[in-house]
Design a protein around this ligand. Structure first.
Ligand code: AQP
Length: 333
């Protein structure tokens, strides 16, 4: 079955192994299936829901684009663009915010996590972030959205918004309720310092994540210092149940080596973590270093990156502008 794919990544800093395993690796696989039409967006409007420095933001937009291309996304096969260049996203977001219900947004756990204890000081944008995400997806009639597990709830909200719009305006199937595409195993890569916390760009400790542009020495050092427990690698998956850090490291190895967890456990069972960590560091370097050097190469030609984004925005704009016109007509504007 042919799929229309849409997904995005925020240009909020260096992309990390969690973004790569949870999202971008999957983006590339989907793009390489000729039945699919893929649109990948650098979601810079989402990024400003928390404070950004203008210069840094511009740099991060280019870096995220470079990371997309270096990881294997092809700007000729897929549309690659940044969100702020297609104004239909902001317009669509406003219209859909009049369809979404407060009660739905109040249930979003990511807002609670990101706003922390001081919700009163969080931006309104952070609160309505999932509505902008719904607009991103619905403007392109995306049928499938590859995301990490943390975004599943936002996808459900996008489905609710699509269904309510269709019902309110008696226009069945006009907005397509999208399906999430979430990897079955290790959809959430955890921090190297705390197996209960997601690996994240905004974690203040750089030792908590492997960045796609880390050097070989940085990768070895971070994996060496990664938290583990004192027990050896177990004999089966069940014995990992209360060992989140061990589970995370074995999961990263399995994902990067494209093998199921039990195979990794069989390979290392009974061995201690220092031996496993050495193998893991070598594997991460093998997979990440070519991406990292390609990112650095691409970033030397800013004009090229900007041209990819401009061309992508033109192609994306054609689709999104048409959809927003139809939405306005349905609403009665
Ligand atoms: N740790 C993770 N494991 C698996 N998938 C992940 N993703 C992010 N972190 C992990 C997936 O990457 C895609 C892009 O995410 P994003 O950068 O747009 O936003 P995010 O989820 O908020 O990522 P971060 O790193 O946590 O950024 P900050 O710290 O800026 O908020 C999404 O598909 C996401 O699921």
């Amino acid at each position: 079955m042919s799929k229309k794919i849409f997904s995005g990544v925020q240009p909020t800093g260096n992309l990390h192994l969690g973004n790569y395993i949870g999202a971008i690796k999957n983006f590339v696989n989907l793009q390489n299936d000729s039945n699919n039409f893929c649109i990948y967006c650098v979601v810079d409007l989402h990024a400003i829901t928390v404070k950004q420095t203008p210069k840094e933001l511009k740099k991060n937009i280019r870096e995220t684009t470079a990371a997309f291309i270096a990881s294997g996304l092809d700007f000729k096969k897929s549309i690659i663009f940044n969100q702020s260049m297609v104004s239909a996203h902001s317009e669509g977001s406003w219209i859909l915010s009049c369809v979404a219900r407060m009660g739905w947004l109040n249930r979003m756990t990511q807002f609670k996590e990101k706003a922390g204890k001081d919700k009163e000081k969080a931006s309104v944008g952070l609160y309505i972030y999932p509505i902008l995400m719904a607009a991103d997806i619905l403007l392109y009639d995306a049928t499938h959205v590859p995301v990490g597990e943390d975004q599943k709830q936002h996808l459900e909200l996008a489905r609710d918004i699509a269904n309510k719009f269709n019902l309110d305006f008696d226009s069945s199937n006009f907005l397509i309720a999208p399906e999430p595409l979430i990897q079955k195993n290790f959809a959430r890569i955890m921090s190297l310092k705390d197996g209960q916390k997601k690996m994240s760009k905004s974690d203040p400790s750089d030792l908590s994540r492997i960045n796609l542009n880390d050097t070989k020495d940085q990768i070895f050092n971070k994996i060496k210092k990664a938290k583990t427990d004192t027990m050896p690698i177990p004999e089966n998956e069940n014995q990992l149940s209360n060992r989140p850090e061990a589970q995370n490291l074995l999961g990263i190895y399995s994902c990067l080596n494209d093998q199921p967890l039990f195979e990794t456990i069989n390979e290392f069972s009974g061995k201690n973590f220092s031996e496993f960590k050495d193998k893991l560091a070598n594997l991460v370097v093998d997979k990440i270093s070519p991406i990292s050097s390609e990112i650095n190469k691409l970033l030397k030609d800013e004009n090229f990156i900007d041209k990819v984004l401009n061309d992508g925005a033109e192609r994306a704009g054609e689709i999104a502008e048409k959809k927003i016109k139809d939405i306005k007509k349905i609403i009665g504007f």
